[in-house]
Design a protein around this ligand. Structure first.
Ligand code: SF4
Ligand code: SF4
Length: 424
């Protein structure tokens, strides 16, 4: 048994959680795959029905696995469900069962191996920056040839952002003025390697708001990608290492600026057993926007005359219930006009590794999101998740429209607090 796939919660899918669904269908219009295809088995209710069939003894077939694989894990159905069905738990358990019991075709297995041996390891991701220097133009030109070999590899080439100069963050950033708190900063894998400017902006904003920021160098992956992909053994291993790193840091709160990582860290007690679950419970985790609103502003906001559309990342809005805080922070920047994106609750198709493993559905959702973002006419798109940033940037490029810069909430605040003319 692969220790990364070893089941963590009992023998499989919890029948009690399946029984909570009363088949009302209120969740259907919120589900991106149901919106795209109108198929019952690609809706939350249909997938829960399939889970029930498996619990009753039906083995996982290729067709059944396909419906589960097509789920984005976006949690829009959890928000929409009036009966409080824990679809998040159900799909995590189901994915672990699928990984354990279903033998995928060799090409699918190879792509998954590549993804799970690459993404949760910052050093390996760092090595990827060299081929990325090939330049966007060349990568896009070889994309059609890659598409014929593997749509997943073509998606990878299309999504990868332009490499930016990587500056190592210090282990500690001193608070500006009176110290109000000591916080840890999760640097993340994709965020840390492809968007180091977001982590640098996050640390500066926290410091300017009076926080001492501790950035443990040995933190690694938080386990989000593994947990959302049916690899609970690997997720638990990464969770334990992350907890130990922040315990040593001696911080009040760990601040997270990537939606998927934040929702996973807030759920560590559900991933771990015994002493580790207790240690996880002792660490407070907060999303950056959530934390800054709670803390209250002390630093002066300088004007940023621009229009900005805010994108709700699913693991922030649906999984953590954080919708008002980023909007509140952005609206408080003088001169900034905030615009809403139509269908904001529908996923952009990024969903962790979904846009690599399910490239066609992800592309459809990305194109739909890009259309709605462009319709806002905003100068800037604000996104608080690196996966969404890459996905929507690629979709806007495919639309052939004038590219809209995409920035994290932290970068907008950093520019305002430092009175910059441009968002860096
Ligand atoms: S998951 Fe919730 S909203 Fe969807 S069918 Fe079941 S009970 Fe109804
Ligand atoms: S998690 Fe998202 S994609 Fe999956 S069933 Fe729920 S709404 Fe649909």
């Amino acid at each position: 048994m692969d220790p990364d796939i070893d089941p963590r919660i009992g023998p499989g899918i919890d029948p009690g959680l399946i029984g909570d669904c009363v088949h009302c269908g209120f969740c259907l219009p919120s589900c991106p795959t149901y919106v795209l295809w109108g198929e019952e088995m690609d809706s939350p209710r249909g997938r829960i029905h399939l889970m029930g069939q498996h619990v009753a003894g039906t083995p996982v077939t290729g067709e059944m696995a396909g419906h589960f694989d097509a789920c984005l894990g976006c949690m829009a159905c959890v928000t929409a469900c009036p009966s409080g069905v824990r679809y998040d738990r159900l799909i995590e358990q189901t994915r672990a069962v699928v990984e354990r019991e279903h033998v995928r075709p060799p090409a699918d297995r190879a792509v998954r191996e590549l993804v799970f041996r690459l993404f949760p390891y910052p050093r390996r991701l760092r090595a990827m920056r060299l081929p990325l220097r090939l330049g966007t133009g060349l990568r896009r030109r070889i994309a059609p040839a890659l598409e014929r070999v593997s749509p997943s590899l073509a998606a990878l080439a299309d999504l990868a952002p332009e490499p930016v100069r990587h500056r190592r963050l210090p282990r500690r950033v001193r608070a500006v003025g009176r110290r109000r708190a000591t916080v840890g900063l999760l640097t993340g894998c994709v965020q840390g390697e492809f968007f180091p400017q977001v982590n640098a902006a996050t640390a500066r904003v926290l410091a300017m708001e009076g926080c001492e920021v501790v950035i443990p160098p040995a933190q690694g992956c938080c386990g989000a990608l593994s947990l959302h992909s049916g690899r609970p053994g690997q997720a638990a291993r990464f969770a334990r290492r992350t907890i130990a790193a922040f315990e040593r840091a001696g911080v009040d709160t760990v601040v997270v600026n990537a939606a998927g990582c934040g929702s996973t860290m807030k759920d560590y007690t559900g991933i771990l057993d015994g002493g580790w679950a207790d240690r996880a419970a002792a660490i407070r985790v907060a999303d950056l926007a959530e934390y800054l609103v709670e803390l209250g502003p002390v630093a002066t906001r300088h004007p940023l005359p621009l229009t900005a559309a805010y994108h709700d990342a699913c693991h922030l809005a649906h999984a953590q219930g954080i919708r008002s805080q980023p909007r509140e922070l952005l609206a408080a920047v003088p001169g900034l006009e905030l615009r809403e994106i139509a269908e904001s609750a529908i996923c952009c198709g990024s969903a962790g590794t979904y846009n690599i493993l399910q490239p066609e559905a992800a592309r459809e959702l990305g194109d739909r999101k890009a259309e709605r973002v462009l319709a806002t006419g905003a100068d800037l798109l604000v996104s608080a998740n690196p996966g969404c940033t890459m996905q929507i940037t690629a979709a806007i490029r495919r639309a052939g429209a004038t590219p809209i810069p995409v920035a994290h909430t932290a970068q907008v605040l950093d520019a305002s607090l430092r009175a910059l003319r441009e968002i860096g």
